[in-house]
Design a protein around this ligand. Sequence first.
Ligand code: SF4
Length: 225
Amino acid sequence: MAKPKLSVITSSIRISVTSKLDGIRSWSLQALETCPGSVGPAGDLVPACSGCYATTGNYRFSNVKEPRLHNREDWKRPKWVADMVASLNKDRYFRWFDSGDMYDIRLARKILSVMEQTPWVSHWLPTRMAKFPKFRPVINAMSELPNVMVRFSSDSVLGEYDARHGSVIVPDASSVPDGTTLCRAYENDGKCSGCRACYDKSVEVVAYPAHGKTMSKVIRIALAA
Ligand code: SF4
């Protein structure tokens, strides 16, 4: 389980680090409330979001919530793009949304600007916002950048994905679908340990083995359905 903590404050930019990502930094928002793609047509959470790691454990602590709440307002500042670009000066990899999603098209356009102005950084952005047509042009523009890998996350927890997706949850490491690359963080105490597959444009779909009690329950329900 990732252990997020606030690590750096540059101007009012709040960057966090999770133990899983080898110290690679991340800009995040509060899960679910900034994730319109987490809800299916019937109004229920999709399976992948029902077991979301970012709603449990350390993510419930106030020192983890506070920067995510701060960021929800902070991105609206006129200088936010310039401040983000400056804060990424020494980064070579960057993860957007360890929790949350780019829920507002104005935020998505600003993130695109940050990506365009930081060609020295490999950006990985997981999202469900490709479900919404108005986001697709900006997501496509991100994907065309050589330093950006946008991964449209499948809603499945059973390894089901299609040509649009860049990641999917699988019940365990023995059930990896054809055409996917298995995340092996589970072999390394939950850490990336030098793997950078999620940032790699040549890796089409990453399969993440499920972990955690809540996700196990979600998978049991999905298998029984
Ligand atoms: S696939 Fe590699 S880079 Fe992605 S989360 Fe797993 S270990 Fe980290």
